[in-house]
Structure formats: structure tokens, C-alpha cells
Design a protein around this ligand. Structure first.
Ligand SMILES: [Zn+2]
Length: 352
């Protein structure tokens, strides 16, 4: 590991896009905090599908590139022009991954995730699969006592995304039934907990018998193995043909049409992702005749991150960490994600 005085650091980077063999582990230049930025010693960083989109070329990035969007660590230094230091040097912080300019009409209205110059840490900017990362000081959120860096990294993107979908955008209410797609994913495992915390009944889908157990332990009332049963038919049975009031989507074309078919009259579908592709067909007759609402939701804000971290500290939400791997194993983490072999988050512990 590089000492604090060295100009280099260990990082996982890629110089060309491709499969996981494009990932390199080695020494790169350690970044310096510019105006308004903080230098963070990374302690933990969650693995995300976004990392895979960047590495594979689905989401273009400037090369060479370091991914890693869901980071927590220790403040090492602030650059010039930081008016408010969110945490003292040496303090533990999570980086709110949806970066924003603070000046456009959406930022001024408090809608950071709609910023017209918005970025996600590790997309246009260099990410945190590294010993150090720089981020805007305004994006740092102090980690409350009792929450580890790994816990904070595990919830930093997935759980704030689920929080915004269910609470801010879809306004889930007690007594409603929600269908949560892919309960074993980072967003899904967070969404199950948030929907239960809000007092909803949860039906979720997973891909294996083992994951069914995990989902029940998180509080799901009914769990459907989508590899064995048609989830839309099962939802119909489980709701007495009524359908659900809310669907949490992030899969895309592989489930989209059936997710909509699962909605009751007046139901709403909220989506934050498109794992299986960007284009999906929608039955417009169903959409208007049942007076459905389709809602887009993008990431989460600093305030969402602070809320989620407080709920984790209180024990009301818990990070679901499937595996913790060292920095040199980012490729392995991406393979596990692509093969959907884990339940919950994979966290890279950069101190190992
Ligand atoms: Zn903005």
C-alpha cells in the first residue's frame, strides 16, 4: 500500500473496454484535491452494474478509467476554496455518488439527481476502486457512529436509489402490496426492507431456492423463484387476481411487460434501471385504461444518503453484504455480479 507521501497508489483501472480481463491492478498517480474537492483515503467501495457498463463500453467513459461509485473512507485533505468542511480531516465519510453542479435550475431547486451537469462518481470522474479518490467536498456525508465503512459503502448507491424510488417517488403506503423485482440484487434487497419499514406487503422475485430463504429473512412476505414459475401468474394468485399497487422495476425488457401486467387498477410502476436493455414494449391500452402511472427514478441525493445512514445506525435498515473482497479482486466481483451468484452487495475492502 502506498504511504501518504508517495505520489502513486494502487488502483484497478482499464485502458480499453472489454470483458473482465480488461481490468488491471497496479500503481497509478495519486490524485490531488482541486478547488472545492476533498481527497479521501478509500476504505470500502461497493460493486455496481454501472462499473460493468463502463468497463464493457455500454456507458462510454474516458480512458484510462477507474470505476467505483459507492465509496466510504477517511478525509485526508481539502483542496482550496472549500467553504464548509462536512467532516474534519481524519473523519469518516460516505461519498454521495450522484455528483451535481449546485448551480443549474434543478440543483437550485434541491433536485441534485436531475442536475444538467450531473455525474456519478466513477463515471465521468475517476472512481474509488483505488486507495484514494477525489470528490467534491459538498458530496461528503459524515458516517454516524456504529456504521462501518463497509456498511456505508454497501448502502451508498443501492439503498439511496431504493429509498428515492419507494419513498420519494412512488410514495409507498402502509397496507399496499408491492412487487419488488430481483430481491437478491443490491436495489432489490434494499427495496424489500424499505417497503416493509413503510408497512407494505412485499412480494419479491429471486432466481434460486437459496435466495428465497434470504429474501424471507429480509422480511419479504411472498417470494417467487422466477426460474421455476411465471411471476405474473403467481402475483395474480397471491393477490386474488387483483394485482399489486406498486412494482419496483430495474430489470428492463426481460420483465417490463409482465411487470406492468402485475399492476392493479390505478397502480404505479417505478423504475431505476435497465439491466437487460434500454428498449421495452408497453401495452398502451393497459396503461390508460387501468390509469397506471410509470415513474422514473434516478439515484438519490445527499439527504437520502444521510437518512439511510441514520436508519442503518438505528438498526431499522441493514446493509446486505454478500461478499467482501480485496481491491485486487474487482474483476471477480464483476463476474459474480454478472452471473447473479450473490444475494446483496459485493463490497471491495481497499485496506485488505
Ligand atoms: Zn446542477
Amino acid at each position: 500500500m502506498a504511504s501518504d507521501t508517495a505520489a502513486t497508489m494502487k488502483a484497478v483501472y482499464f485502458e480499453e473496454t472489454g470483458d473482465t480481463s480488461a481490468l488491471r491492478f497496479g500503481d497509478v498517480l495519486r490524485p490531488e484535491p482541486g478547488a472545492g474537492q476533498a481527497l479521501i483515503r478509500v476504505l470500502a467501495c461497493g460493486a455496481n452494474r454501472l462499473d460493468i457498463y463502463a468497463r464493457s463500453g455500454r456507458t462510454p467513459v474516458k480512458l484510462p478509467h477507474i470505476s467505483g461509485s459507492e465509496a466510504a473512507g477517511e478525509v485526508v485533505a481539502y483542496g482550496p476554496g472549500v467553504a464548509i468542511e462536512p467532516a474534519p480531516v481524519g473523519g469518516l465519510v460516505a461519498i454521495a455518488p450522484y455528483l451535481f453542479c449546485g448551480q443549474c435550475e434543478y440543483c437550485v431547486a434541491g433536485e441534485e439527481t436531475m442536475c444538467i451537469r450531473g455525474d456519478i462518481l466513477g463515471l465521468a470522474s475517476q472512481g474509488a476502486f483505488a486507495e484514494y479518490v477525489v470528490a467534491p467536498a459538498s458530496s461528503l456525508v459524515p458516517i454516524p457512529d456504529g456504521v462501518s465503512a463497509s456498511d456505508a459503502a454497501a448502502v451508498g448507491l443501492a439503498m439511496i436509489t431504493a429509498w428515492r424510488m419507494l419513498i420519494t417517488k412512488a410514495n409507498v403506503r402502509p397496507g399496499e402490496t408491492a412487487l419488488i423485482q430481483a430481491g437478491g440484487s443490491g436495489v432489490g434487497s434494499a427495496a424489500i426492507q424499505i417497503a416493509k419499514l413503510a408497512g407494505a406487503r412485499v412480494i419479491t422475485t429471486v432466481g434460486s431456492a437459496e435466495k428465497m430463504e434470504h429474501a424471507r429473512r429480509l422480511g419479504a412476505d411472498d417470494v417467487i423463484n422466477y426460474n421455476e414459475l411465471d411471476f405474473a401468474q403467481e402475483v395474480r394468485k397471491l393477490t386474488g387476481k387483483r394485482g399489486v399497487s406498486l412494482v419496483v422495476e430495474h430489470i428492463g425488457p426481460a420483465t417490463w411487460a409482465k411487470s406492468i401486467a402485475c399492476l392493479a387498477r390505478g397502480g404505479r410502476l417505478v423504475t431505476c434501471g435497465a439491466t437487460t436493455g434500454n428498449e421495452a414494449a408497453t401495452n398502451l391500452w393497459t396503461l390508460f385504461a387501468k390509469e397506471l402511472r410509470l415513474i422514473g427514478s434516478y439515484g438519490g441525493t445527499r439527504a437520502d444518503l444521510a437518512t439511510v445512514l441514520r436508519l442503518v445506525a438505528n438498526g431499522q435498515l441493514r446493509p446486505v453484504i454478500a461478499r467482501t473482497l480485496p481491491l485486487e479482486s474487482v474483476a471477480e466481483a464483476q463476474r459474480l455480479l454478472e452471473q447473479r451468484e450473490v444475494f446483496g452487495k459485493i463490497v471491495i475492502d481497499t485496506t485488505k
